[in-house]
Design a protein around this ligand. Sequence first.
Ligand SMILES: Cc1ncc(COP(=O)(O)O)c(C=O)c1O
Length: 268
Amino acid sequence: MYWVNGREAETISLHDRSFQYGDGCFTTMLVKGGQVQYWGLHKERMQSCLGLLGVSPPNWSQVEDWVRDASTGKAEAGIKLHISRGEGGRGYSPNKVKGPNVTISVFDFPAHYASWMTEGVQLGICSKRLGHNPMLAGHKHNNRLEQVLLKSEMDDKGLSDGIVLDIKDNVIETTMANIFWINQGVVYTPDLTNAGVKGVMQRVIIDSAAKNDIEVRVGNYSLKELYAAEEVFMSNSLLRVAPVKAIGQRNYAKGPITKNIQEMINQW
Ligand SMILES: Cc1ncc(COP(=O)(O)O)c(C=O)c1O
């Protein structure tokens, strides 16, 4: 089900700049027991992206009401909030745009995520690489062509997901989630200054680990360092924490730190 600016709708104008240029941002949130998880953090990430793009902010209290209405009565579901700069402008120029346009959609919680969270996920390694884009890196903007290409590479190989590297051979994330691994009690996750999406769940995990005296290091790491890990897990807002059981031919057990972090996160 879709809503455009608070009204039930199935279509959007051809002049909408998100359709024309990917001019906007989005976020995908978990609904549990009728409540949106981490609304404040999702809103903060969207505000930061809209600020970077110079998009006029929507009326946030109205957006919050629309999100709440869409989530009411849902035991477990996903909700996607999409904000486009709006309609118009001349070519790329964003001057004189009417906007923004706020689109909300609700969808069923993906059935296979339950087994991914308990049994773990088998990952491939994408041969296509993420470019460096420090201007937009970290933001969940509406242009996701790299992810479309990476995901289709994994689809062609019959794999659900894969590790994504950048053009400098740094491990960045998977096609749809952030990546973490553990070595000798320390949790590692890639720095996303030049590529990747700074996940809301990545932030929640880093903050929860710090509160529980688990050391987290954020930096530039190679595939070799990831391969040497004792435990690996991935995260996004719907999946929360899912153990990685294999990367290519290497197998990983669901270890104690992954279990601990998963329990901490699932307490919400
Ligand atoms: C490419 C990519 N990286 C990371 C994430 C994790 O983001 P979040 O934790 O905000 O869901 C996502 C989520 O869809 C993603 O598509």
